[in-house]
Design a protein around this ligand. Structure first.
Ligand SMILES: [Zn+2]
Length: 106
């Protein structure tokens, strides 16, 4: 994969997570029912949504860091041992920060 392809993959991922985060924020912003039992259910749903939002935001940060490494010519370098991350792993997880060995350690 060339650096250009990698940039396109990372941008697509960022857009995907961004769209997901926006959809969740929209859901969280909706008005709540006046019914007490329904409100309790909605609060539970909100907790799930907030966890999903945090997950999407963390993923966006991770992709952002991968883009930064790409710009600096350090993309695909393990952030722990600085060895190259396995190609198959990067294909599956384009924003991977650690090689397989280091990911297993954490
Ligand atoms: Zn490593």
């Amino acid at each position: 994969m060339t650096a250009h392809d990698t940039a396109a993959v990372l941008d697509a991922l960022l857009a995907e997570y961004g769209a997901r985060a926006n959809a969740i924020r929209r859901d969280l912003g909706r008005s709540h029912s006046a019914d007490f039992a329904e409100q309790a259910q909605q609060r539970q749903n909100d907790e799930v949504l907030e966890a999903l939002l945090a997950e999407a935001e963390a993923a966006m940060r991770q992709v952002g860091l991968a883009k930064q490494r790409l710009a600096e010519g350090r993309y695909g370098e393990c952030q722990r041992c600085f060895e190259p991350i396995e190609a198959g792993r990067l294909e599956a997880l384009p924003a991977a920060e650690f090689c397989l060995r280091c990911a297993d350690l954490s």
